[in-house]
Design a protein around this ligand. Structure first.
Ligand code: MBD
Ligand code: FE
Length: 287
């Protein structure tokens, strides 16, 4: 099934994520020929082992070929790679240079740089419909590893609405809805009002969804907030936060949860939930 795609989720969000990735300032990797050779050999020999181990048939090979073509046609390469592979890349790279501090997690396909700056005490841009959801009051402090506040740290935040849609990746949502770059105060503190996101189903009506169906899996991620926290001279951290006891926290299709990244919100008198979470940033020692 390779016809053009009308569905707003799979194809539109897939192609939007592909276009966004192409526009990104992709760092040039100065991988040596020796290193490329070593990686290429291991990749192919691992794949060869799998093909032999499972005695993969020509029919299965042709299904794979067709599926890969469709993954490209639907623009879902960023989605599939970020869901199934990015957590391994994140794992390896977080641990470089003995970095400590707040744990990272995957960026995923829906980050947009340069979200409008907002003051330390703020509310994310949202529609009336978003205001009808349960309110989340998220506050805390950006510090160094000794707990000293970092004045003016940047806390970029982005998350889905109650329906599981991200602005700029679904039609009809204001450009910067539920996105912002919060500038922490003189002590590194921030105090953000937003809505509590719901568990998130990744676009599942395209090739990524067929892939999941083929092995009897589910397309769900636990409810999550995406964050990128940075300050001059500090190691920037890209991470996600989840909700204690939430569905799929222990069964994330993207394998991107960590115990350190679970929020424990408390109910407030006005029906909202309140939570404090601090970010500790190590010194920048390069990537
Ligand atoms: C998301 O919102 C997400 O965070 C990931 C990792 C993949 C798809 C959609
Ligand atoms: Fe997400």
């Amino acid at each position: 099934m390779t016809q053009a795609v009308e569905d707003p989720t799979a194809a539109a969000s897939g192609n939007a994520a592909t276009d966004a990735f192409k526009k990104k300032d992709r760092a040039h990797a100065d991988t040596s020929v020796e290193r490329a050779n070593a990686i290429y050999k291991d990749v192919l020999s691992s794949l060869g082992d799998i093909i032999h181990k499972h005695q993969v048939t020509y029919d299965e090979y042709n299904v794979l070929k067709q599926w890969i073509l469709e993954l490209g046609e639907y623009g879902e390469w960023p989605l599939w790679l970020d869901v199934f592979l990015e957590h391994e890349i994140e794992d390896v790279n977080y641990a470089r240079h003995d970095y400590e501090g707040t744990k990272g997690s995957i960026e995923g396909p829906y980050y947009v740089p340069n979200a409008p700056e907002l003051p330390a005490v703020t509310e994310l841009p949202m529609r009336d419909k978003d205001k009808a959801a349960q309110a989340l009051h998220f506050k805390g402090q950006v510090t160094d590893l000794e707990g000293n506040g970092i004045a003016g740290a940047h806390v970029e935040i982005w998350h889905a609405d109650e329906d599981g849609y991200y602005s700029q990746y679904a039609p009809g949502i204001p450009e910067w809805n539920l996105r912002g770059t919060i500038i922490a105060d003189d002590e590194g503190r921030y105090d953000i009002k937003t809505l509590r996101p719901a568990p998130y189903m990744i676009p599942h009506d395209g090739p990524t969804g067929w892939f999941i169906e083929s092995y009897g899996g589910h397309p769900w991620r636990p409810a999550h907030l995406h964050l990128r926290v940075s300050a001059p001279g500090r190691r920037e951290i890209t991470t996600q936060l989840y909700f204690d006891g939430g569905e799929y926290v222990d069964n994330d299709v993207a394998t991107a949860t960590k115990p350190e990244l679970i929020l424990h919100p408390e109910d407030a008198a006005d029906g909202s939930v309140v939570v404090n979470y601090n970010f500790a940033l190590d010194e920048d020692r390069g990537n």
